[in-house]
Design a protein. Structure first.
Lengths: 277, 228
């Protein structure tokens, strides 16, 4: 090997280990076992079992009405806000049963934050108040602590530079994409372990969508993220694992690269290639 | 199993058009190779000229297939089997274009040979030609019919073609030493043999792409066990 060849090779980063399709899911945030959920007589989720990896993005895809939103809402017990809801099975977060009678749902929702399809900043609150409202509701009064957490959350949601001089302005004065990042900052302010996102970009333009996607990519180093999306390309871009739901059942779950290049199930293939129906 | 149609009819039409252009290109390439080799065996300069002329149309089809493939990637963002088919079609067209270049090489060498008295050793290239064309046709068949077993079988046949080429080239070199007057003629035949060997290499590439398109399996650069 010549000196010049050696110097070039020294500059090259060694390739990352390639993920194998059979590679086991690493450390799990959630372990969902035999989960079934009913709204009255209607079974929305039918006997689902899957493990959700820590510090990774898991995308849930499937046609409307397949149970995607119900599933992620079950991960922080938000579906319980719907009357006549019934749950069977177990959902473990870091090994702890979220549905144990000893567990307070409000604590669960603090540990598992959520961002919705449509940005929903509190209309009567300023940008700054929107971010720290969760902490205030939890009794935090230390102004210095609140200010530090406010800046940290806005920086993590890539919004600080855009709003640092306008923290007193109403949250609703921001653009749609900024409002969505404000909601992410609000979710992050209480330092959750997991971030659930229900179609977080469906109401945003491509630039705002790109910013949220970039943000998701950065946040996964610190948080476990579970997102619902109808956008196949987005699922392919941002997620490490993909789960395909159909009629309330988990049809296929695996590394995103595998699902989008060579899915094992015919129904998955037909759905992602646009042959469904 | 026949895949159901896409909800988006224009996607099906675009994929069908891409596939038809690949088939047309494959047909033209096959014809070009046949004309070049027939021009060699029958000492027919017209056939050689036709083979050389075919190349331009094949080059244009390669560009068209690449353009159609990029359009499909852009407009429909295919995934899974659709993505594999588009990628394989684009790689196929590149291999077909290079095969057509080999047909041009053979035709040019044949025209040079035709200017001199016939060499009976031309017939030594016939088994290579038949072997290479059989690999070519089967590789395209494997792609069209998504036949994984046939694709694998084609890949295994390349070693035999390489061996045929070595053996025939060796005979030509021996003849050169025995008959230096015909040195240029034998040299041209060695180049014809090498072109046929490369046709086999491209057929192997096509067969490998056919297996990838059908089964999402990358069988390139593997040591393939000989059939039992």
């Amino acid at each position: 090997m010549t000196t010049s060849e050696r110097s070039v090779l020294e500059c090259v980063e060694p390739p990352a280990e390639l993920a194998s399709a059979e590679e086991p899911v690493p450390a799990c945030s959630f372990q969902v076992k035999n989960l079934s959920i009913w709204y009255g007589e209607k079974r929305a989720i039918d006997d689902m079992t899957l493990d959700i990896a820590s510090n990774a993005v898991t995308a849930i895809i499937g046609p409307s009405g397949c149970g995607k939103s119900t599933f992620i809402r079950a991960l922080n017990r938000m579906h319980e806000l719907v009357p006549k809801t019934r749950v069977e099975g177990t959902v473990l977060l870091q090994g702890e049963d979220l549905y144990s009678s000893a567990v307070d749902p409000t604590i669960v929702r603090r540990r598992v934050g959520m961002v919705f399809q449509k940005s929903n900043p509190f209309p009567t609150m300023s940008i700054g108040e929107n971010v720290i409202v969760g902490l205030r509701l939890n009794g935090v009064r230390d102004r210095k602590f609140l200010n530090e957490r406010l800046e940290k959350s806005l920086r993590m949601s890539a919004l600080w530079d855009e709003v640092k001089d306008d923290l007193h302005k109403p949250g609703t004065s921001l653009s749609g994409g900024q409002q969505q990042r404000l909601c992410i900052a609000r979710a992050l302010a209480v330092e959750p372990e997991v971030l659930l996102m229900d179609e977080p970009c469906s109401a945003l333009d491509p630039i705002a969508t790109a910013k949220i996607e970039e943000l998701i990519y950065e946040l996964k180093t610190k948080y476990t993220i579970v997102t619902v999306t109808h956008n196949m390309q987005q699922a392919g871009r941002i997620s490490d694992y993909t789960a395909f739901f159909y009629l309330g059942r988990l049809i296929e779950f695996g590394p995103t690269t595998k699902i989008f290049t060579n899915p094992s199930e015919r129904q998955t293939e037909d759905y992602i290639t646009g042959r469904f129906g | 199993m026949i895949a159901p149609k896409h909800i988006l009819g224009t996607f099906d039409e675009a994929l069908a058009s891409l596939r038809n252009n690949v088939l047309m290109m494959s047909g033209l390439t096959e014809r070009s190779l046949e004309r070049a080799m027939k021009g060699l065996f029958e000492r027919n300069d017209n056939l050689c000229a036709n083979a050389i002329a075919d190349d331009e149309e094949i080059d244009q089809l390669e560009k068209q297939i690449d353009k159609d493939g990029v359009d499909i990637l852009l407009r429909f963002q295919p995934v899974a089997s659709d993505l594999r088919r588009v990628v394989a079609a684009m790689k196929l067209s590149s291999n077909l274009e290079r095969m057509a270049d080999q047909a041009t090489t053979i035709a040019r060498r044949a025209r040079k040979l035709n200017q001199h008295p016939p060499l009976p050793e031309v017939e030594l290239t016939r088994p290579m030609y038949e072997h290479a064309m059989s690999m070519f046709r089967d590789s395209v068949d494997a792609f069209v019919r998504e036949d994984v077993d046939l694709g694998r079988a084609v890949v295994q046949r390349d070693d035999a073609l390489d061996e045929l080429n070595r053996s025939v080239s060796h005979k030509f070199v021996e003849r050169m030493a025995q008959d230096p007057e015909q040195l240029r003629g034998y040299l041209n035949l060695i180049f014809v043999g090498r072109a046929l060997e490369r046709v086999g290499d491209h057929a192997t590439n096509i067969a490998e792409d056919a297996v990838y398109a059908a089964a999402a399996e990358d069988i390139r650069h593997q040591t393939v066990a000989a059939p039992a």
